[in-house]
Write a protein of this length. Structure first.
Length: 398
């Protein structure tokens, strides 16, 4: 008999696996978190009376043999990185796993209460210190740089499962690469998705650009493929991060939800991070039928000018820490812009599959995503506030 966790039975489960005491069951504080998209993951944050905080993650499709067990893949990655001393710095980015249940596809992590996810930090404080963006860029550059020459890592991430597919694959919704039949569209999407899919499939330039970008993505190093603000944990005293970096080599940032990782394209991770900042701006737009789009952009609660320095700093610190990537891929920055657009598309799809409305705000995000994907060179200055040539000149690489 398999177990599907929820707020009502997780306390008993923790007791059964010896992560809680019987006298504490009534005192446990449980905070469920909905998963966006179609991956059907269950997330529960548990606050124990002892002060310890647990992060519980389960794949509710673990009983479906046709689907890759992403919880098992995440567990395998943890064990693999732990086994390689030369990747100890990368392993330090991960949370400690306290329990793995292969039968029920459950992972339980130990999560410090002193950490907060970056998206919550930004929305709470409404400030964007560039020290945080700098640390994001350095952390990501270290992840990519330290793994690109690791043959063991390459072999592990390209290992084939029983069905002949790789355990770890670049995330690409199949419905973006081909037109869905009406009956499949109904199964895959709620009604809110019809407008999006109709727009997407009727825009041949957008669809062909996405198809080419996915087909030509580079297989270069270990990529997280979910480097979103809500998957990045920072100390609650986020503003003091820069001074901590200067005093210690300890990994300040923690990354969660590695289930999408692969031997992939570093530009996608950078683009996903940039998309997170753009979404802070786009989601704060004042949307009303009587207000024109240009006016809505000016009335944003979080203006683009507020997050743009973080976008520039993140990318600059990444390139400065990993300049080799520009030598390997001369079109790297152009592809970063395109992958930023793709990450915005992925966010729209995740929200639609979570039955969120496809409203005027989502249409604004879609229009920007299309521009970034189809006109990356022209879009660079919109995101960075300067041309690519001027940005590279200001970077002053050795």
């Amino acid at each position: 008999m398999t177990t599907k966790l929820n707020s009502n039975n997780v306390s008993q489960y923790l007791l059964e696996v010896s992560l809680s005491e019987e006298q504490d069951i009534e005192l446990i504080n449980i905070k469920p978190k909905c998963s966006q998209g179609s991956n059907n993951l269950i997330f529960l944050t548990i606050h124990l009376p002892s002060g310890q905080q647990l992060f519980v993650k389960q794949d509710s499709h673990h009983y479906d043999n046709k689907k890759t067990n992403i919880i098992n893949c995440e567990w395998r990655l943890h064990k693999f990185l732990q086994s390689l001393p030369n990747l100890s710095q990368i392993y330090s980015l991960l949370l400690e796993i306290l329990h793995f249940d292969d039968i029920n596809s459950i992972l339980i992590y130990k999560q410090s209460d002193n950490y907060i996810n970056l998206e919550s930090h930004y929305k709470k404080n409404k400030s964007f210190p560039i020290a945080i963006a700098e640390l994001m860029g350095i952390t990501l550059a270290n992840l990519h740089r330290e793994t690109l020459n690791c043959q063991n890592c390459c072999d592990f991430l390209n290992e084939e499962a029983v069905d002949g597919k790789c355990y770890y694959q670049f995330p690409h919704p199949s419905h973006l690469l081909g037109r869905l039949k009406p009956e499949i569209l109904t199964q895959e999407y709620p009604p809110e998705g019809n407008i999006f899919m109709s727009f997407y499939h009727n825009c041949e330039n957008l669809q062909s650009t996405v198809t080419e970008l996915v087909a030509t993505h580079n297989h270069y190093c270990l990529t997280h493929n979910g480097y979103e603000l809500n998957n990045i944990l920072i100390p609650r005293s986020g503003e003091g991060i820069l001074s901590k970096i200067e005093r210690s080599n300890e990994r300040i940032i923690k990354l969660i939800n590695w289930d999408k990782c692969s031997w992939g394209d570093p530009a996608f991770d950078v683009g996903t991070a940039i998309a997170g900042y753009l979404l802070l701006w786009l989601e704060s737009l004042i949307i009303h039928p009587a207000i024109k789009l240009e006016e809505s952009l000016k009335l944003a609660i979080i203006p683009l000018e507020a997050v743009q320095p973080s976008v520039v700093t993140l990318t600059s610190s990444y390139i400065s820490s990993f300049p080799k990537v520009l030598e390997e891929f001369p079109d790297f920055l152009s592809r970063v812009v395109q992958f930023t657009g793709l990450a915005l598309l992925y966010k729209i799809i995740a929200r639609i599959q979570s039955f969120e409305a496809f409203d005027h705000r989502q249409i604004c995000i879609l229009q920007l995503a299309k521009r970034l994907l189809c006109q990356p060179e022209k879009s660079f200055s919109s995101i960075f506030g300067m041309t690519e040539a001027d940005w590279l000149k200001a970077l002053k690489l050795p």
